[in-house]
Design a protein around this ligand. Structure first.
Ligand code: NAD
Ligand code: UGA
Length: 453
């Protein structure tokens, strides 16, 4: 079968490469010429572990191609996937569907024979119907086609493993022919007994949003429990373990931190909340989650300011911020907590010295001038009055503490990912603050008083 993947971004490039690894002939098409030219030269435009080898081996085998032309690729395709961005729309937060609809129109104009048009982008309920309407309007009379929804559940940083070993594959299809094509495509996974959920298109669309909203809620829940732990002296990691061992709750996604970020949870919760309000059934839990998470990112800057002695004394002091991406294993800065924290610290008059193993160039584009962009973790720590760990990259888990201490002006650490053990840090001479197990202080930016532990 021939597959066309429209959008060679985090999802399109990974899923396209994985389908070619299954043995299918895949062409990834993108409007971004620079991206396609780079891919043709064997350069991977994003950081995703293992993707370079996967792309190289499938290109070498002649199964994976890149193009900027849908007119060249679509006519021969059996399946065309739309995997373009669906960012938040300015103003109301609803998904901006213009890229999806533009791609659908371009696909339609080039259809020939029978083609399954699959939406892989995360799209609100009802988008499939609109895609079908667009295709019907622009497709040539001789073309036959079906529209399918096949949302993607991979995580950045673990994308290939998630795609190859998913918990399930969800397929919204409304004709036997389309269902059969999707079955064939995912046969390598169903042979490994990966559950396949076949349903209607609207249900598949809603499954994706409900999954992301639930996971965002789970993180927000443990973040609030972490706050309560700080007031009561309880240990949030033990609470997470104690509740997570209950099979009905599960241990995953119970790590407290600076608030969830990324290109998906923030935008998808917003789009779902908007869509629910439009349907007259507001999702009050999801709306609270959005609000709590936004405030949490700012509250993290408060913690750093507190740790450095409070707002009245921090002007001119230096903070080393380690980790800028929204999670480790990616260069993606979209909605990263660091994008709220670093500017808030600078607004308080603090000099920010920032470092990230993969996110420096995206961080420079997002944050711009202001921080000192360090060449390593140790460079960032030089002369710092506080170390703030925002993202739990492995290389920050094993810092040489003696070297850290000797470089810093004051050995103060705010560990927003709980990667160090409080007792060990205190024994090593640090004033250490984690999450849900040892913060004491007064919130400034959010105006909330935090009781001493
Ligand atoms: P991305 O921004 O990394 O990539 C999108 C690509 O689409 C870009 O390269 C852009 O140039 C291209 N594009 C836009 N319009 C086009 C057109 N008309 N023709 C050809 N190419 C076009 O986005 P992403 O992170 O890969 O996300 C894509 C979709 O998948 C979103 O809906 C997102 O919510 C969803 N999703 C993302 C993830 C993730 O981890 N990033 C996981 C699951 C689902
Ligand atoms: C998330 C989902 O996990 C994927 O299933 C989904 O396909 C994807 O969104 C999407 O729809 O695009 P991703 O955003 O790549 O994947 O990364 P996650 O690992 O889910 O992390 C998201 C954010 O939550 C990060 O900022 C992370 O630090 C935070 N997080 C995660 C926590 O604070 N605690 C946790 O326990 C887990």
């Amino acid at each position: 079968m021939k597959v066309v993947m429209i959008g060679a971004g985090y999802v399109g490039l990974v899923t396209g490469a994985c389908f070619s690894e299954f043995g299918f002939d895949v062409t990834c098409v993108d409007v971004d010429e620079t991206k396609i030219r780079a891919l043709e030269k064997g350069e991977i435009p994003i950081y995703e572990p293992g993707l370079d080898d996967l792309v190289a081996s499938n290109c070498k085998a002649g199964r994976l191609h890149f193009s900027t032309s849908l007119a060249d690729a679509v006519p021969a395709a059996d399946l065309v996937f739309i995997a373009v961005g669906t960012p938040s729309r300015r103003g109301d937060g609803y998904a901006d569907l213009r890229y999806v609809y533009a791609a659908a129109e371009q696909v339609a104009l080039n259809l020939s024979g029978y083609t399954t048009v699959v939406t892989k982008s995360t799209v609100p309920v009802g988008t499939g119907k609109e895609v079908a309407r667009i295709v019907a309007k622009h497709a040539p009379a001789h073309a036959e086609w079906d529209v399918v929804s096949n949302p993607e559940f991979l995580r950045e940083g673990a994308a290939i493993e998630d795609f190859m070993r998913p918990d399930r594959v969800v397929i919204g299809a409304e004709s036997d022919r389309a269902r059969e094509q999707m079955r064939q495509l995912y046969r390598p996974l169903s042979l490994r007994e990966v559950p396949m959920v076949f349903t209607e298109i609207v249900t598949a669309e809603l499954i994706k949003y409900a999954a992301n909203a639930f996971l965002a809620t789970k993180i927000t829940f443990i973040n609030e429990i972490a706050d309560l732990c700080e007031k009561t002296g309880a240990n949030v990691q033990h609470v997470a373990k104690g509740i997570g061992l209950d099979g009905r709750i599960g241990s995953k996604f119970l790590h407290p931190g600076p608030g969830y970020g990324g290109s998906c949870f923030p935008k998808d919760t917003l789009a779902l909340a908007y869509s629910a309000r439009q349907h007259g059934t507001p999702l009050r839990i999801v709306e609270s989650v959005i609000d709590i998470n936004d405030r949490r990112k700012l509250a993290m800057a408060d913690r750093v300011i507190d740790a450095m002695g409070g707002l009245s004394v921090v002007r001119g002091k230096k903070v080393a911020v380690l980790g800028l991406t929204f999670k480790p294993g990616t260069d993606d800065m979209r909605e990263s907590p660091a994008l709220a924290i670093v500017p808030a610290l600078m607004a308080a008059g603090i000099e920010a010295r920032v470092f990230d193993p993969q996110g420096m160039s995206n961080a420079k584009a997002e944050i711009g001038v202001g921080p000192y962009y360090a060449s390593s973790a140790y460079d960032a720590l030089d002369g710092a009055d506080c170390l703030a760990i925002v993202t739990e990259w492995n290389e920050f888990r094993a810092l040489q503490l003696d070297r850290v201490k000797s470089l810093m002006n004051a050995p103060v650490m705010v560990d927003m990912r709980n990667i160090y053990v409080p007792e060990e840090m205190r024994a090593a001479g640090f004033t250490y603050y984690g999450i849900g197990r040892g913060y004491t202080g007064q919130s400034i930016l959010t105006g909330q008083a935090e009781a001493a532990e």
